[in-house]
Design a protein around this ligand. Structure first.
Ligand SMILES: *Cc1c(COP(=O)(O)O)cnc(C)c1O
Length: 389
């Protein structure tokens, strides 16, 4: 990576400027979309740092430096998707190695663990990471990676990153945090002791539901070198236009996150008072089990929440979602528009009903990605839809 001196500036300043400088040829203030597959060399092996765009591309470099700055990381490595980033991490492990994950995590992560890497000989264990003694007991001699996600999907449980990292490091195990739900604005896993922070840039970093991408941020030189090598060797590279779109979006990350959080607080408060609503899962509610830890390790509580209906009937959840006029029914999250989904039939449908029940994903549970629309309009939309229940 370019030797970029990174002044310790505030988050908003880094979000707008880090990794970018005006184009030296034209003065263009925006980093160009370097839509090119190759780079002309002066003489054999004499080039300006770029040879072939699978390995690296200047638009990608700008995004990597920008994201690294947002989490105070020495290295940022971008991928074609969040899953491609996780896939590369797991490929650094070897048959027989064990990964300790959390029970309640992104469904695609569980699918990749079980259906792709288990057949190659990696072993996966799942524990409730809010229980530190359980974490300690589950670390084995073969454990090579502890995989934290916080807040979790879809139940917004909160894991103490510093405490779990301490336990893992005591056994020489590396720690990775899926920081997608929080975003770098709200949570800084590396500063809390983790070795790697992973993002699906598809979500809050992209922020506009128009791009798929992933990134790993780390201060660990060996991990960074391996992951960068893998992008080049296996080709999980993001396209230049996609890098441009994420780079443009990180400029407003702090502004968007403030509004996502404010709206989510208001909606969580509204839902918990509603007679037709059962449980509300939002770490910003003072009696939520994750509230204390979230307050310690997050700047605010995020824009994601889940809730169930008091009667826990799936048909009523379906009817309610059909009655929404502003909130759209869709998977994904983190965009400016509010989205709702039904984990039992959508994101978590591949789990058996018993597994879902064991995680706490009940039949009426709905997950809401709160957008940046007007708070009053969102509450009115939810209120009207709930009247159909
Ligand atoms: C979406 C998501 C992923 C996967 O990212 P893609 O960009 O969709 O591949 C991983 N973890 C979490 C928490 C996510 O929300």
């Amino acid at each position: 990576m370019a030797n970029h001196t990174r002044p310790s500036r505030g988050f908003g300043t880094l979000a707008v400027h880090a990794g970018q400088k005006p184009d030296p040829v034209t003065g263009a203030i925006m980093t160009p979309v370097y839509q090119t597959s190759t780079f002309v060399q002066e003489a054999p092996a004499e080039h300006r740092g770029y040879e072939y765009a699978r390995a690296s591309n200047p638009t990608r470099t700008a995004l990597e430096e920008n994201l690294a700055a947002l989490e105070g990381a020495a290295h940022g490595i971008c991928f074609a998707s969040g899953m491609a980033a996780l896939d590369a991490m797991l490929k650094r492990l070897r048959p027989g190695d064990h990964v300790l994950g959390m029970a309640d995590i992104y469904a695609g992560t569980i699918r990749l663990f079980r259906e792709v890497f288990e057949p190659y000989g990696l072993a996966f264990g799942f524990v409730d990471m809010t229980d530190l003694q359980a974490v300690e007991a589950a670390v084995r001699p073969e454990t090579k990676l502890v995989w934290i996600e916080t807040p979790t999907n879809p139940l917004l449980r909160v894991v103490d990153i510093a405490a779990v990292s301490e336990i893992a490091h005591a056994s020489g195990v590396d720690v990775a945090v899926d920081n997608t739900f929080a975003s770098p604005f709200l949570q800084q896993p590396l500063a809390l002791g983790a070795d790697m922070s992973l993002h699906s840039t598809t979500k809050y970093l992209g922020g506009h539901s128009d791009v798929i991408g992933g990134a790993v941020l780390t201060n660990d030189d060996a991990w960074a070198e391996n992951l960068r090598f893998q992008v080049k060797a296996s080709g999980a590279a993001p396209a230049p236009l996609d890098c441009f779109l994420v780079l443009r979006s990180t400029k407003t990350l702090h502004l968007r996150m403030e509004r996502h959080c404010r709206n989510a607080h208001a909606i969580a408060a509204f839902l918990r008072e509603h007679p037709k609503v059962g449980r509300v899962y939002y770490p910003g509610l003072p009696d939520d089990p994750g509230y204390g830890t979230a307050r310690e390790q997050m700047l605010d509580f995020g824009g994601m929440l889940s809730f169930s209906l008091a009667n826990d009937r799936k048909e009523d959840a379906v009817r309610m979602m059909a009655g929404l006029r502003i909130v759209s029914l869709a998977e994904s999250l983190g965009g400016v528009e509010s989205l709702i989904e039904h984990p039992a039939t959508m994101t978590h449908a591949f789990l058996s009903r018993e597994e879902r029940q064991a995680f706490g994903i009940t039949d009426s549970l709905m997950r809401l990605s709160v957008g940046v629309e007007e708070e009053a309009d969102l509450i009115a939309d939810l209120d009207a839809a709930l009247s159909a229940v």
